[in-house]
Design a binder for this molecule. Structure first.
Ligand SMILES: NC(=O)c1ccc[n+]([C@@H]2O[C@H](COP(=O)([O-])OP(=O)(O)OC[C@H]3O[C@@H](n4cnc5c(N)ncnc54)[C@H](OP(=O)(O)O)[C@@H]3O)[C@@H](O)[C@H]2O)c1
Length: 221
């Protein structure tokens, strides 16, 4: 299986990349980003370009892939709806449309978040924009699209967030994670579980397009 990974330098993406490199059935992982990852592996390829909303310059390198794991995303904290939408909706849809045209047999997996608003009409700005993004992805002509909605994600194996506020939050919450897992098992997952679940869904599909934390954890064999 050949995989394209967006956001491989981020917390979720680092975890997904690790699992892809460990999976014997994945023969190639192309990391598309505005900066290269620090991983060097015989299966890994780096496609680096300044503006990921326009993939036209690298289209010839994006063909022949079976799955895309889209882990690129930003926090809505302290930014306007227009700026959040530019990355969350515009960039994601622009990349996804290009990939759907180039790879009609592709399975596309988008990392969204717990609480995403599929109605697109709720009061929470981030949840509305993520919901709109999810709904638009489901309309694209992929073989299949899946929407992963993790809640709290525990970073494992040295993975760290690119977002400073999240790094501070994880450091503060670290001693509480065992209690969090015990009290709220339906809302907690790990970067390892997320990566393995994405690979499993790319290989075998899932009964429904939206996967919450519990569904993600239940997929683990
Ligand atoms: N962390 C969590 O607990 C959590 C929970 C639920 C859902 N999620 C969702 O998971 C996704 C990834 O989150 P994360 O925690 O991995 O975030 P992160 O650590 O901040 O990483 C963000 C990733 O997106 C890339 N990126 C951001 N803006 C970009 C832009 N304008 N152009 C190109 N690349 C850009 C970053 O690339 P650079 O290295 O180039 O900056 C990085 O690879 C987000 O959509 C988030 O909402 C996260």
């Amino acid at each position: 299986m050949r995989v394209i990974l967006f956001g491989a330098t981020g917390m979720v993406g680092q975890g997904v990349l690790r699992e892809c490199l460990l999976d014997p059935e994945i023969t190639q992982v192309a990391c598309v980003g505005r900066s290269a990852t620090s991983q060097r592996h015989e299966k890994g390829r780096e496609i680096v370009l300044g503006n990921l909303a326009d993939l036209s310059a690298v289209e010839d390198q994006l063909q022949g892939y079976d799955a895309c794991f889209f882990c690129l995303g930003i926090s809505s904290m302290g930014i306007t709806e227009a700026d959040y939408r530019r990355i969350t909706y515009d960039l994601t849809l622009s990349a996804a449309k290009t990939l759907a045209n180039l790879n009609p047999g592709m399975t596309f997996i988008y990392v969204s978040g717990a609480g995403t608003d599929s109605t697109e009409r709720g009061r929470s700005m981030w949840a509305r924009v993520k919901g709109e993004t999810e709904n638009a992805l489901l309309r694209l002509p992929f073989k299949a699209a899946y929407l992963f909605r993790p809640g709290f994600i525990q970073p494992l194996h040295g993975v760290t967030s690119k977002t400073r506020a999240y790094r501070i939050m994880y450091a503060a919450l670290w001693p509480l994670i065992p209690a969090l897992k015990a009290l709220l098992p339906r809302y907690v997952t790990t970067t390892e579980q997320l990566g393995r679940a994405m690979i499993q869904v790319a290989k075998q599909g899932a009964p429904q397009p939206v996967l919450e934390s519990k569904d993600i954890n239940d997929l683990q064999t």
